[in-house]
Write a protein that binds this ligand. Structure first.
Ligand code: FES
Ligand code: FE2
Length: 445
């Protein structure tokens, strides 16, 4: 595939353009499934989704159903959720606890370590000796690994190790995990929805600071009204950030970091404020991690781990998993992600803020998904196929990190520091450079 037909990346000319066809073309989509989702690392779920012996949850890597299962000894494994007999999907629910999985089609059974437990009427089955040579257990994923409770798997063995794949972006997962000494959990109440547009629109929107004031006016108006109702003493305590942030953040509203393999972060300064449920832990987190690093936890941070994981810590804290279903159809699975052990009041605040902003019933998510569907409709127009949405920030983007990434000991490939209106679009380049590198080359067998 000649990727220059789709991504016009000419840094020497200051140009970066994306062809609309990458959002609509069936052949491009099929190749994305094969190469990105079924041929490399994808996020599968959180370790906390299967905490006890024999707990399991199910998910997908591209089209492939996946079963993540903890065995009786507490060891976690990831399998293709498909019976070796005739291929039927084995576990039928999103999550559960099972010492034994019995296939609904012909009752072959498997223990929680994926081993074949029984084959119905095996002795009467007149099997030849060759059958006994076969392993009748579930097929394990060639690669399965975790980082701080975030679990990833790959259907291809031909990938870098997970720590190499995450690279410097792992520091940003640490920043989520470090918010509690007990780790992270997903708040009950998972929401799944679909939208009629390409999966990469969700990928981009998470990193899109430019749309916020345009697409979410009703949410902004509600926030303004609430702000007026907050008492004066709460407002007075709003800026309790460390000296580092008070001094170094003058004139900076936030920015972006781009990493190898397509991972990106956009961020904005919120300050240590009671508007954030983490506020009750501000003191303890400063003692544990130092004030400057603690303040990073209070910043607005939208993180993408390419290609299917997003952790959005803005109005509340959301974990999203992107699942492409077709060039113009995407499934989103979303959870409120929270530090374990926070107080009831903090958890209530987190959930209320979550409901405000997220979910198909929230004030922001529908604005975004409608915009994706508007884009998808507009992509039919190919008179000029090249989009102009990847050029803001071009002269602000610099190689390497800055004083803020230094606080995290993190070395991104590129970074941008922004005021309130710059709204960097160069962070998308990281997505499309990783995309192009993996989509290029000869045809798949
Ligand atoms: S397909 Fe599972 S037992 Fe036949
Ligand atoms: Fe949005």
């Amino acid at each position: 595939m000649d990727v220059t037909r789709y991504i016009d990346d000419r840094p020497e000319d200051g140009a970066f353009r994306v062809n609309r066809a990458i959002f609509t073309d069936q052949a491009v989509f099929d190749r994305e499934l094969a190469r990105l989702f079924e041929g490399g690392w994808v996020f599968l779920g959180m370790e906390s989704q299967a905490p006890a012996p024999h707990d399991f949850f199910t998910t997908f890597a591209g089209r492939v159903p996946i079963l993540v299962q903890r065995d009786g000894e507490g060891h976690l494994r990831a399998f293709v959720n498909s019976c070796p007999h005739k291929g039927a999907r084995l576990a039928q629910t999103q999550a559960g606890n099972a010492r034994l999985h019995v296939c609904p089609y012909h009752s072959w059974s498997f223990d929680s370590a994926g081993r074949s437990k029984a084959i119905k009427w095996q002795r009467a089955g007149c099997y030849d000796a060759a059958f006994a040579q076969d392993d009748h257990g579930l097929a394990e994923l060639p690669r399965f690994a975790g980082h701080r409770g975030f679990l990833f798997g790959s259907l291809s063995a031909d990938v870098p190790g997970l720590s190499e794949y995450l690279g410097e972006a792992a520091h940003l997962l640490d920043l989520v995990a470090d918010q509690s000494a007990e780790g992270l959990e997903l708040v009950p109440g998972q929401v799944t929805f679909t939208y009629a547009a390409n999966w990469k629109l969700q990928l981009e929107n998470c990193s899109d600071a430019y749309h916020f004031t345009s697409a979410h006016p009703s949410y902004i108006r509600v926030l303004e009204r609430r702000q007026q109702e907050i008492s004066a003493d709460v407002v007075a305590s709003v800026w309790e950030s460390s000296d580092f942030w008070k001094e170094e953040a003058q004139g900076v509203a936030g920015g972006s970091y781009s990493f190898a393999h397509g991972h990106v972060l956009n961020w904005g300064i919120f300050g240590v404020t009671p508007a954030i449920p983490l506020y009750e832990s501000a003191q303890v987190l400063a003692e544990r991690h130092g004030e400057a690093r603690r303040d990073w936890m209070f910043n607005m941070r939208n993180l993408t781990i390419f290609p299917n994981l997003q952790v959005a810590e803005n109005a509340s804290s959301q974990l999203r998993v992107i699942r492409p279903l077709g060039p113009g159809l995407t499934e989103m699975r979303t959870w409120c992600i929270a530090p374990k052990g926070e107080s009831k009041a903090a958890r209530r605040q987190r959930i209320r803020q979550y409901e405000d902003f997220f979910n198909p019933t929230g004030m922001a998510t529908p604005d975004d998904t409608v915009s994706y569907e508007n884009c998808q409709a507009g992509f039919a127009g190919t008179v000029n196929p090249w989009l102009q949405g990847h050029a803001r920030g071009m002269t602000a983007s610099v190689a390497g990190g800055n004083r803020f990434s230094d606080v995290l000991g993190m070395q991104p490939e590129r970074s941008v520091l922004a005021d309130a209106q710059l709204c960097d679009e160069t962070l998308y380049h990281s997505y499309y450079r990783a995309w192009a590198a993996r989509m290029a080359g000869g045809d798949d067998a």
